[in-house]
Design a protein around this ligand. Structure first.
Ligand code: NAD
Length: 525
């Protein structure tokens, strides 16, 4: 399953971000290795694409058992390679893929079965249209490190279920987990080449995005997505882009303080804030409980235990690397210089040895600051108190991103009205972040948060050729749109238009014009 040929001599190192230890070194595959792997995947597609949905579902249910059998190993590996607490690794990395196996096995056949389409035009009455859903071939999957198991795994499951084969390029910061994904498919009995893994850096990803593919699914940064889109343009490879976010949360005055503070704290700091759907901006509508809510959020943030995943009491792990840490530091420092107040946190935790940053709550922020405009991808929660709902919605939409948003409050009608005004792909009311793990729900964003939808039946539809077949068994029936044209033909078709769509009087004159000319030589007057 793992290609070993490379024309590049470099290697990539995997580093435990909690202690900076090197935990693995892998080949950084070059162009020829990537192309060979893609060719192997096309070869495997010849058989895999012909299997019935139920046979593919059987493989997927085998994989479910294999994932469950290796759950401990997978969770431990995720914690070691990218730093999230062990409990969080089980929760956020394993549930989504396992549930996807179940949902696909139960529903894919129904979702992918042929659809008959009734045609309404009388001239088409002898025809029968059917829509079939056929695989596209080889799907390239380029994935990030922040949910290194669940993101690629859920995408691959959807792609192989519909009959595609996959070449995965995992993040260079989570190669061990990428390779584990390949091993799991092998152990589950998937034929060689159905899921292959190419290890490497951005160049390896570039070679994959330039290869002949049926579709490319890229999850990562905006800059990466822009480059990939240009790279895929040469072959006009269809792409799905799942990119960054700067997700707003709006809290209504009637929101219960404790519940909301707990939810917001989790939404801002889970995965050390390194989730595309993290709460990155909080707008609290001014009310009697505003101060109490902010105090509660600060209290809960201060109570978070930061440290390595090896300690099971840890709530927040390290950032992935020095670059990510530096970005968080610089955004917070810039906000402080521009007048932001640090209510808690606001410093690196060098004493812990890895790339740790203290969970931070800021107030007195505004939209001229990077902390309110750029994706932070770190444990920082900036808060603004707003006078009215319209302003909160305006500020929430004042972003180049549009991935997710959350609304918090007791009056659900009011919360839903706000949800409908947010320019994003997903809005969750009184919760956050969970929906990526539910395979029935569409995932994707607007603006710079990406293009297309993954997951759900919408994601499946992006992974197939939606093919229309029309069958007409009544050869010899008049085809008014075929040659020859002429004055009588014009009268006939004009009469038909009036007969079907005109006023009462026009219908009658149209009827006579249609019937009076249809059997005449079209060329005559
Ligand atoms: P990244 O763009 O640096 O890298 C993502 C992947 O793309 C890696 O495998 C990388 O090697 C590859 N890559 C980078 N440049 C490439 C290029 N020019 N050609 C081909 N491949 C290339 O992103 P990251 O730091 O790994 O991930 C963090 C980003 O991902 C954040 O912005 C986050 O919001 C986003 N993200 C989005 C979602 C979503 O569903 N919308 C989910 C997770 C992460």
């Amino acid at each position: 399953m793992i290609s070993s040929k490379t024309t590049k001599t470099e290697t990539i190192k995997s580093i435990n971000p909690a202690n900076k230890e090197v935990i693995g070194e892998f080949p950084c595959l070059g162009k020829s290795a990537v192309i060979d792997t893609v060719q192997l995947a096309w070869k495997a597609y010849e058989d895999w694409g012909l299997l019935s949905n139920s046979k593919r579902a059987h493989h997927i249910l085998n994989l479910r058992k294999v994932i469950a059998k290796h759950a401990d190993e997978i969770a431990e590996l995720v914690s070691r390679e990218m730093g999230k607490p062990l409990g969080e690794a089980y929760l956020t990395e394993l549930n989504g893929p396992l549930d996807t196996c179940v949902w696909l096995a139960d529903n894919a056949d129904r979702l992918l079965s042929d659809e008959m389409v009734p045609l309404t035009h009388p001239l088409l009455s002898t025809k029968q249209s059917v829509i079939t859903f056929e695989p596209l071939g080889v799907v390239g999957v380029i994935s990030p490190w922040n949910y290194p198991f669940s993101i690629p795994m859920m995408t691959i499951l959807m792609a192989v279920m519909v009959g595609n084969t996959v070449v995965l390029k995992p993040s260079e910061k989570s190669t061990l987990i990428g390779l584990k994904i390949g091993e799991l498919f092998k152990e589950a009995g998937f034929p060689e080449g159905v899921v292959s893994v190419v290890t490497g850096d951005r160049d390896t990803g570039k070679f994959l995005s330039e290869a002949r593919l049926g579709r490319l699914i890229f999850t990562g940064s905006v800059v990466g997505g822009q480059k990939v889109m240009a790279q895929a343009a040469y072959n006009l490879t269809p792409i799905t882009l799942e990119l960054g976010g700067k997700d707003p949360a709006i809290v209504l005055p009637d929101a219960p303080v404790d519940w909301t503070a707990r939810g917001i704290t989790w939404g801002a700091f889970t995965n050390a804030g390194q989730a595309c759907a993290s709460i990155e901006r909080l707008y609290i509508l001014k009310g009697k409980k505003t101060d109490q809510l902010i105090e509660k959020i600060v209290e809960k943030t201060k109570a978070l235990k930061v440290g390595p995943a090896t300690d099971e009491n840890v709530d927040v792990g390290p950032l992935i690397d020095a670059e990510q840490l530096a970005k968080v530091v610089s955004q917070v420092e810039e906000a402080k210089e521009a007048g932001a107040t640090v209510l808690c946190g606001g410093r690196q935790m060098t004493e812990l040895g890895g790339y740790f940053y203290e969970p931070t709550v800021l107030t007195n922020v505004n939209h001229s600051m990077k902390i309110m405009q750029e994706e932070t991808f770190g444990p920082v929660l900036p808060i603004m108190v707003i006078d009215n709902e319209d302003k909160a919605v305006e500020l929430a939409n004042d972003s180049e991103f549009g991935l997710c948003g959350t609304v918090w409050g007791k009056n659900l009608k009011r919360a839903e009205d706000i949800a409908r005004d947010l320019q994003v792909g997903t809005v969750l009311i009184n919760d956050c972040l969970f929906s990526h793990a539910a395979p029935q729900l569409p995932w994707g964003g607007l603006k710079k948060s990406g293009i297309g939808r993954s997951h759900a039946r919408f994601g499946l539809m992006d992974l197939v050729n939606i093919k229309h077949i029309n069958i007409d068994g009544a050869g010899g029936t008049t085809r008014l749109w075929w040659y020859p044209y002429g004055p009588n033909r014009t009268k006939t078709v004009r009469g038909g238009i009036l007969m079907f769509h005109g006023s009462f009087g026009a219908k009658i004159s149209g009827f006579f014009s249609f019937l009076g000319n249809i059997f005449k030589n079209p060329r005559n007057k």
